[in-house]
Design a binder for this molecule. Sequence first.
Ligand SMILES: *Cc1c(COP(=O)(O)O)cnc(C)c1O
Length: 384
Amino acid sequence: MTDATPRLGFDTLAIHAGQEPDPLTGAVAVPIYQTSTYKQDGVGGLRGGFEYSRSANPTRTALEQALAAIEGGVRGLAFASGLAAEDTLLRAVCRPGDHVILPGDAYGGTYRLVARVLANWGLEYTPVPLADLDAVRAAVRHNTKVIWCETPTNPLLGIADIAALAQIGRAASALLVVDNTFASPYLQQPIALGADVVVHSTTKYLGGHSDVVGGALVTGDVGLGQELAFHQNAMGAVPGPFDSWLVLRGIKTLGVRMDRHCANAERIVAFLLDHPAVDRVFYPGLPEHPGHDIAARQMRAFGGMVSFTTRGGSEAALKVCELVQLFTLGESLGGVESLIEHPARMTHASVAGSPLEVPDDLVRLSVGIENVEDLLADLAQALA
Ligand SMILES: *Cc1c(COP(=O)(O)O)cnc(C)c1O
């Protein structure tokens, strides 16, 4: 596909972008090029532009082209993990002494990377509740280089207005970075809304099968894409060919998986709202959710993540996590199988006592794509 190709639909791009049949054999699936180096036809004579697999590998290139296409960007870059992508991005666009605005409820690993690693290198940061645009404007300093956005957030599914943050970023000459892991590009297209860079933990919905750890950056700016690619090669946190292939394989079914994740989540939300053992339900699809109108504007549907609090405090929440049989008790999210967790004791244990602390009667679900009747029956028996 070339620049002249008309804009194809999301699922078509997910299946075909960067994934032409192999020119050598006609293989329909992109081969796993398990090689570190490439024969040169004479000194400096590269076939197909490949010289060493840290710099580029054909399987990874296919993934990177698919990532760029499905996010509506011009350059995609794959990394060994979501945090490797974040580290590379922040060191590429910031210098010691620069400042970044972080979401008040940032993903814990992002907060730790900035507060405990990049702060030692001289990066300054301010956590701000992104739903409060005046607070974001007030937090901008002369040295602010990045506004970092997550929406929906983890685990309370808070919503930030990407287009409004992009305006604030432009006025401040700061980049808007959107961690699009929770929504996936199928549900939300941050670059079209004005974001400069999209970040993913491809470990989650893009991989989609809980069998790989990976990360990605996508940008709509050619020059920034080159700068990020330079840092990807210079810093070296790249994924291997097999991990790249797993993510590429996952991307092909992203659209149909997300449709089912969302449909199942909506059924589960309706069930939880009616259940006497459940207190509050957090889901951006609910009209009473504070970010509902923005989510309805910037998302195709409301996602597969659902959180709720239980009547009966943390003991009741822990009991549900232990009594479920089909939901697997575990961290992470975005796979085909449903997961359940207790954020206060698991994913968010390290932020207890900090502003990022979450209620200890909260349960988080990553709703999978199983038959929803089975998921509902499992929750019913666990809540009984
Ligand atoms: C998991 C996750 C990350 C970190 O990605 P890894 O692949 O675990 O390094 C970053 N942001 C969000 C929102 C995540 O869920």
